[in-house]
Ligand binder design. Sequence first.
Ligand code: AMP
Length: 117
Amino acid sequence: MAEDTIFGKIIRRELPADIVYEDELVIAFRDINPQAPTHVLVCPKKPIATADHIGEEDEAVMGRALRIAAQVARNEGISGEGYRLIINCREHGGQEVYHLHVHVLGGRPLGRMLGSS
Ligand code: AMP
């Protein structure tokens, strides 16, 4: 299990968030510092710390997270033009919050893969 994080507090409603979807396995809320017109985080409720911590027992929740990420993109109206899903892992991946989450980014052209910083 991961240490408690800011996302654990959002899941338990101890911190406010702009929640756009929730079910028994995942929650999706808008990023507080959006990097694109649409920037939503889809977060397993189970506190998996990083992508490196995904176990065989997590296949269902990770499948749900990806399906809901695509559903969020459709609901946000960005599916037709396309979008990007990102999971950052640890330091070199630029991970800040150690509770695994899928970034759903779109609403403008995002360029090729990686930025400069
Ligand atoms: P990562 O770098 O992949 O761990 O992404 C963490 C993301 O969480 C960043 O894009 C932050 O802007 C976002 N974030 C941090 N705190 C909050 C919060 N309270 N509500 C929503 N998003 C947050």
